[in-house]
Design a protein. Structure first.
Length: 363
C-alpha cells in the first residue's frame, strides 16, 4: 500500500517568519503559527499522512547565518511539536543560496528523490507552504498544493487557517482506482467509500451487474466497474478478477483503517434470510453456508457466488461469514449481496475515536 505524504514548509507555515531578516536564529525569535499545534495534531492523529518537513534555509552555515544560532531554536521547535504528538518522519533542509539554483533547493526535488522513486502515493499527497516555490514543488513532485496565504493561485486550497487545512484534508474521500489486465480479462475499477454519486457497472454478465449494483446502492459507495472478459470461454475469469480487483480497492481505500468500526448485518428478503458478518482485521477467511439448487441465476453460474466472496476476502484481507436460507434462489443471492453491502457500510463507517480498532495497534 502506497503512503501519502504532507510535505510541510517550516518558516511562515509551522512557525512565524521574523522581520526584517527572516532568520529564526534565536529562541526569542521562535513563534508558532496560530492553530498549528491543535490542527496539525489532529491531522497527525486522525488522518493517514506521513509528515515531512522541507525547508530552504538560505546560507545556513555561513557567517551571516551560523549553525550554532540555528539549531537551538530548530530543535526547540521539534521538541514542542513532539510534545503535542506531532512527529516528522523526516526533516529536509537545504542550505544553498538562491543564485546557486541547487538541485536540492525548493522547488527542485533533489532532497526528495526517495519519495519520487519509493512506495509513495504522490498524486494524493500535498505540499503545504506560504510561497510560490511550494506550489512549484508540488507540481514537480506530481503532488497537490495547499497555499498558506491570501493569494489565489493554482493550489487546491488557499487559506491562512490550519483549521481549514485540517477540515479540507479530513473531508477528502477514501478512494482507490485499480486496473487488472491479464490474458483473460481487462478490468478497471474506481471505488469511492464516501461519495456514492457515481455508479456505472458493465461486466457483460447481466445478473452479476445487478448484484454489483446492490453493493453500490446499499453500501452507499461510488463504484465504477468496466470489464472486457473472455465470456466466449465462460464467466469464471471475469467474476473472479472483478472480486480480486474490488478487494484490492477496498484494501487501498481503507489504508491504515483508523477510526473505522471494522465489523459489521443480517437482512431478510421475502422468504429468505441472509446473514453476513465482516471483519476488516487484515486476515482473509471465508465461511460460506448457502446452497443453491439451480445451475445459473440469470446468466451467472451459482457456483461462482462463493468464489466471488472468497476472492474478495483474499484480496481485501477480511473475514467473511456468510449464511443464507430460503426457497427462492434469486431472492437468496440478492439478500446475500444486499447484506454484504450493509455489512460493508457498517464496517467502513468512521467513529469519533480515530483509533486503530485493534489492541495490536495495527490492522
Amino acid at each position: 500500500m502506497k503512503k501519502k505524504v504532507l510535505f510541510i514548509d517550516r518558516d511562515g507555515t509551522l512557525i512565524l517568519e521574523p522581520q526584517p531578516d527572516q532568520q529564526v536564529d534565536s529562541l526569542e525569535k521562535l513563534s508558532f503559527y496560530p492553530g498549528v499545534f491543535t490542527y496539525l495534531g489532529k491531522i497527525a492523529r486522525e488522518l493517514n499522512y506521513e509528515l515531512v518537513m522541507v525547508t530552504n534555509q538560505d546560507g545556513l552555515g555561513t557567517s551571516s547565518f551560523p549553525e550554532n544560532t540555528f539549531w537551538p531554536a530548530h530543535n526547540k521547535m521539534l521538541t514542542a511539536f513532539k510534545n503535542e504528538g506531532i512527529e516528522f518522519k523526516a526533516v529536509h533542509i537545504d542550505a544553498s543560496l538562491p543564485q546557486e539554483n541547487a538541485p536540492t533547493r525548493k522547488p527542485n526535488t533533489g532532497m526528495l528523490q526517495a519519495y519520487i522513486y519509493g512506495n509513495y502515493d504522490l498524486e494524493n499527497s500535498f505540499v503545504i507552504g506560504d510561497r510560490l516555490s511550494d506550489i512549484e514543488l508540488a507540481k514537480n513532485l506530481n503532488a497537490q498544493a495547499i497555499y498558506l496565504g491570501d493569494a489565489q493561485n493554482q493550489a487546491r486550497l488557499c487559506t491562512t487557517s490550519w483549521e481549514t487545512i485540517y477540515q479540507f484534508l479530513k473531508k477528502k474521500p477514501r478512494q482507490a482506482t485499480k486496473s487488472r489486465i491479464t490474458n483473460e480479462t481487462q478490468i478497471e475499477i474506481d471505488l469511492n467509500l464516501d461519495q456514492p454519486k457515481n455508479v456505472s457497472i458493465q461486466t457483460g454478465i447481466g445478473f452479476f451487474d445487478h448484484m454489483l449494483e446492490q453493493i453500490a446502492k446499499h453500501a452507499q459507495i461510488g463504484l465504477n466497474i468496466q470489464v472486457n472478459g473472455d465470456l466466449e470461454v465462460d464467466e469464471h475469469h471475469s467474476i473472479e478478477d472483478v472480486a480480486i480487483c474490488l478487494g484490492d480497492c477496498f484494501l487501498e481505500a481503507l489504508a491504515d483503517k483508523k477510526g473505522i468500526n471494522r465489523y459489521g448485518f443480517m437482512l431478510p428478503m421475502d422468504d429468505c434470510l441472509a446473514q453476513v458478518a465482516i471483519d476488516f482485521g487484515g486476515r482473509p477467511w471465508l465461511v460460506w453456508k448457502a446452497d443453491f439448487n439451480r445451475e445459473k441465476i440469470g446468466n451467472m453460474p451459482t457456483e461462482m457466488f462463493m468464489h466471488f466472496f472468497k476472492s474478495f476476502s483474499d484480496a481485501a484481507r477480511c473475514n467473511l461469514n456468510i449464511k443464507a436460507e430460503g426457497e427462492n434462489e434469486h431472492h437468496k443471492i440478492e439478500a446475500i449481496f444486499k447484506a454484504f453491502a450493509r455489512a460493508l457500510r457498517a464496517a467502513i463507517d468512521k467513529n469519533e475515536s480515530f483509533n486503530i480498532p485493534s489492541t495490536k495497534g495495527i490492522l
